[in-house]
Design a protein. Sequence first.
Length: 292
Amino acid sequence: MKKLVQAFVSLIIATSTFGGVTNVAAKENTPAYKVEYQDADSMKSVFKKELHKKYANVEFKKKTKNVSVYESKNYKVKVKDLDIDTIGKQTISIEGENKQTSEKHSAEVKVKVQDTTAPEITCEDVLTVEQNEVFDINSYVSLNEEGTIQLTDNINTADVGTFTTTIKAKDTAGNVSEKNITVHVEKSFYQRIADAALAQIGVYQDCTMLVTNSLAAVGIHFHGAPTAYLSLGTLTNNPVPGDICVYQGHVALYVGNNQAVHGGWLGNQTVLTSVACGQPFIGYVHVNLTGN
């Protein structure tokens, strides 16, 4: 008999009805419902279990101060003290109303806001970089939330070729997403000019045609007298392969190691030899990327 009385008292404490509203208090050891971080509609599963299955169709409408409102055509739910933007356990109050009958149900429940959604990676499927360029994947990737990014296989831009790797993104909650990408490592703009000059060794042509043909490999179409090539860029004391060597009455293409490809040599041939030649040297021209 004593046990029955105690059980009845406990039932009264846990459930009470005032003014047609059924109130259910949260029990101390009741497991918390799991709801998704920043997803207000994930609360619908709680309404379905704590109020009635018909409340599962309500949609989040607005939040005013500490009260979130959900509604459908026939039902309305007010949630007090829910912070869907903060991860962790919370005790909240929910009140559901049947708008047709005015019947109401309310409950105090525990929820655990947790982030189980992996970050979304935004990045092109194929990336193109130049040889020896510093490749930082963070410059090409964005996430829809705070997180870290790394590659499963690093890209060595010293080697020309096509490489595959995987972007691995992890958010602050530990959720991980991956995206496979292809990286093309191409010769630099200036190296392509130098390679075009080297490919012409042995060709019979004058010095200006050698340089003109070399520049055409990168889409620069220009032809003129030797000193006219000064207009294509800026003078530099630190030449790189692909720079133009301008002399008084002569022009050549620098290819590195103090060597240049010259046209109009040895009976109008194209040859590889020293930068130094019989013509007075004016300077090295570092070609503008846009050309002329």
